[in-house]
Design a protein around this ligand. Structure first.
Ligand code: T5A
Length: 211
C-alpha cells in the first residue's frame, strides 16, 4: 500500500521570500528523491488561476472582505480536490505556496473577518486536511514591502496600508505560537542561503529516522 505523501506549506507577508525559498527547497527535495508536486494559492488549477487574476486585479478595488474570502476558498476547494488530495494519496509530496493559514492571516487578521467564519469554510472546503509542516517566513513589514516594491506594479492586496500588514504578521505569529508542532518560524531577514538552510533543517523529521 502506498503511504500518504507529506504536505508542506510556505507562508509569510509580502516579499518575505516564499518564491525564492520554494525554488531552493524544490531542488533539495528532488535531490532527496522526493516525488514532488509544486503548487500555489490562490491558483494551482485552471479555476484557481482565474480566481487569482480576479483577486489580485487592482481594478477590483471594491471587492468586499466576504467576497475575497469566498474566492480564496473557491480556489482552495478546487486545488484540494484536483491536485493536493490525489497527489498525497498517490504518495507524492506537495509543496504549496500559501494555504488556509493565509486566509486566517489576511482575511481574518488583516480584514477582521471572524475566525469562526473562516473555520466553518475551512471545514467545508478542506475537511481534515492540514499541512504536515508550515514554514512561516517572518519579516518586519517595512523590509518585506521594500523587497516587493522592486518588482513593479503593486497588486490589489499589496496596496494596503502598513497597519494591514502588521495585523497579517501578528495573526501569522499567533497561529504559529498556537500550533508549534506544525509551524516552523524562520527569520526571513537572513540571506536566501540562511533561510533555505533553516527550511531544510525543518523538513528533516518528515523523512523519518533515515534522514
Ligand atoms: N492571499 C492569499 C490572501 O489574502 N488570502 C489567502 O487565503 C491566500 C492564499 C497572493 C496574495 O494573496 C493573498 C496574499 C497575497 O497578497 P502571492 O503570490 O503569495 O500573493 O504573492 P506575495 O505574497 O505577494 O509573494 P511575493 O511574491 O510578494 O513574495 P515572496 O514570494 O514571499 O518573495 P520573493 O521570493 O518573490 O522575494 C521578493 C524579493 O525579495 C528578494 C527576492 O530576490 C525578490 O526580489 N529576496 C530576498 N532578499 C534578501 N534576502 C532574502 N532572504 C530574500 N529572499 C527573497
Amino acid at each position: 500500500m502506498t503511504s500518504r505523501g507529506k504536505f508542506i506549506t510556505l507562508e509569510g507577508g509580502e516579499g518575505a521570500g516564499k518564491s525564492t525559498l520554494l525554488a531552493g527547497l524544490r531542488q533539495h527535495l528532488l535531490a532527496q528523491g522526493v516525488d514532488l508536486v509544486l503548487t500555489r494559492e490562490p491558483g494551482g488549477t485552471p479555476l484557481g488561476e482565474a480566481v487569482r487574476a480576479i483577486v489580485l486585479d487592482p481594478a477590483q478595488r471594491g471587492m468586499c472582505a466576504e467576497s475575497e474570502l469566498l474566492l480564496m476558498f473557491a480556489s482552495r476547494a478546487q486545488l484540494v480536490r484536483e491536485c493536493i488530495a490525489p497527489a498525497l494519496a498517490a504518495g507524492q509530496w506537495v509543496l504549496c505556496d500559501r494555504f488556509t493559514d493565509a486566509s486566517y492571516a489576511y482575511q481574518g487578521g488583516g480584514r477582521g473577518v471572524p475566525e469562526e467564519r473562516i473555520a466553518t469554510l475551512e471545514q467545508w472546503s478542506v475537511g481534515e486536511l492540514r499541512p504536515d509542516l508550515t514554514l512561516l517566513l517572518d519579516l518586519p513589514v517595512a523590509t518585506g514591502r521594500a523587497r516587493a516594491a522592486g518588482r513593479g506594479e503593486a497588486d490589489r492586496i499589496e496596496v494596503e496600508a502598513d497597519a494591514f500588514f502588521e495585523r497579517v504578521r501578528a495573526a501569522y505569529r499567533a497561529r504559529a505560537a498556537a500550533e508549534p508542532s506544525r509551524f516552523r518560524v524562520i527569520d526571513a531577514s537572513l540571506t536566501p542561503a540562511g533561510v533555505l538552510a533553516a527550511a531544510i533543517d525543518a523538513t528533516r523529521h518528515l523523512f523519518g529516522a533515515a534522514a
